[in-house]
Design a protein around this ligand. Structure first.
Ligand code: SF4
Ligand code: SF4
Length: 434
């Protein structure tokens, strides 16, 4: 048997006799005695040891076959997928005036109308063919809770539709948190709401400066009150956008949570990401701060590792290292804008050339514009990080270069951060998902 091509080997200060072997493909972490590692390299290992290492993804029979299997990851995921995932932009309106919000001129009194909502239901009905067993829909904005009637209408219709065929139907909400009080939460949970993502940009003084109400008043206290009132009803994930000047203060938010009784079991996850500095031509949803957009600048990597440690050492959960899965590669993931136009990622909403069809006429092939399989090139195919990266983030590439014609290479990021990430996951017993 041969060593997998998707391995990183680290030394550990605590365990000098061992090597820490991380598989970027299976994300397994294995401590191997140094002399055993020599046996592996000399191919003199016993068959019993081989079986365990094969299970961990460290040894393979055929490295070319392994590469082919990795290349087929998305084909296989799409073939086996039994769920439909949709992000729905209900409006472009917001009761906040975030300092980094780039919806700019587009932001305002713009809402999905009833006709488009009905087209959305019809679009979903057509996608739920016989092999689909689950539907998950995330309500997005603007601020989705400014569209309560639309949420009620869409949820009721979809619950009815999926009930007939015994399909699981769940909802998520990406909200600024100011309107998510207990009454609202109880109603939405009754309709199938399972997860809520709320953004807090650090402690009160930073958050209130970055994310005030339109009136200019601070929004931190009301959001904190709402989280306390609702965290036993629904899984709440906290996101936050840090900058070079303020990230060192973000742990104060974690301490505030603990002081307020928001202990780790009450918060499903916490993850902070850097504010992406975008040219003004980008119109981005207010709370689009997906972690997949991390940048490779030195300070961003340092800040991300620092904040991850601060989250973990207080006992909160943050996602573990896991293989990349950009929704651009998924055949069953869509973003439906308020006007019925489809996209593949919320980052591209409203950007000409990235339309992926519409609710009425269905999806269209947009693999060229989105750089599907952009990783299928000589360099990526030889790269040990391929299963964790798959060409990086198309949106980051577009923001940097204005086009998605090449991968957003994450090599520098992985070279710098992976060892620490792996060791953090081991130290705190973190799994990829919770
Ligand atoms: S393009 Fe980037 S932000 Fe969009 S889904 Fe893919 S990885 Fe995430
Ligand atoms: S984009 Fe860079 S890090 Fe990612 S798989 Fe390709 S070569 Fe590796």
């Amino acid at each position: 048997m041969l060593l997998s091509r998707y391995l990183k080997v680290f030394t550990t200060a605590e365990n000098k006799e061992h090597l820490l072997v991380f598989s970027t493909r299976s994300c397994s972490k294995t401590l191997i005695r140094k002399e055993k590692w020599d046996e592996i390299e000399r191919r003199t290992l016993s068959s019993e040891n081989k079986a365990a290492l094969e299970k961990a993804g460290i040894l393979v029979n055929d490295r070319e076959e392994e590469k082919r299997t990795v290349c087929d990851t998305f084909k296989e995921l799409n073939r086996r997928s039994t769920s439909v995932d949709i992000i729905v932009v209900l409006n472009l309106d917001c009761n906040f005036a975030c300092k980094y919000c780039y919806e700019g001129a587009m932001k305002g009194n713009i809402y999905m109308n009833e006709g488009t909502a009905a087209a959305l239901i019809d679009f979903i009905r057509k996608r739920l063919d016989h092999d689909k067993r689950a539907l998950h829909l995330d309500f997005y904005g603007g601020e989705p809770l400014l569209s309560p009637d639309l949420i009620r209408y869409i949820s009721t219709q979809l619950n009815r539709l999926t009930k007939e065929d015994n399909i699981s139907c769940t909802f998520g909400l990406v909200t600024n948190g100011s309107l998510f009080n207990r009454r609202t939460a109880e109603e939405l949970v009754g309709m199938g709401l399972k997860t809520v993502k709320i953004t807090l940009d650090g402690p009160a003084n930073i958050h209130n400066k970055n994310r005030p109400f339109r009136s200019g008043a601070g929004s931190f206290d009301i959001i904190l009150k709402n989280i306390k009132e609702t965290c036993n009803l629904v899984k709440i994930a906290i996101g936050g956008n840090f900058e070079k000047e303020n990230y060192r203060d973000f742990p104060l938010l974690l301490d505030r949570f603990l002081d307020e009784g928001l202990t780790p079991e009450k918060i499903a996850q916490i993850k902070f990401d850097t504010v992406i500095k975008r040219p003004e031509r980008f119109l981005l949803p207010t709370d689009f701060n997906e972690g997949c957009m991390s940048l490779d600048e030195e300070w961003v990597m340092e800040a991300s590792l620092f904040l991850r440690e601060e989250i973990l050492k207080r006992g909160f959960y943050t996602p573990g290292i896991k293989p990349a899965f950009c929704s651009v590669e998924s055949l069953n993931s869509y973003v439906a804008n308020y006007d019925g136009v489809l996209y593949k990622c919320p980052g591209f909403l409203g950007i000409e050339g990235f339309e992926a069809g519409d609710l009425e006429n269905g999806p269209k092939n947009c693999s060229l514009s989105y750089g599907t399989e952009i990783w299928n090139n000589d360099e990526c195919l030889e790269c040990e990080y391929l299963p964790l990266c798959f060409g990086g983030c198309r949106f980051v590439k577009y923001v940097r270069d204005g086009k998605v014609n090449l991968p957003d290479c994450r090599r520098k990021y992985f070279d710098t951060c992976l060892e620490t990430l792996v060791k953090q996951d081991i130290k705190y017993g973190i799994k990829a998902e919770r």
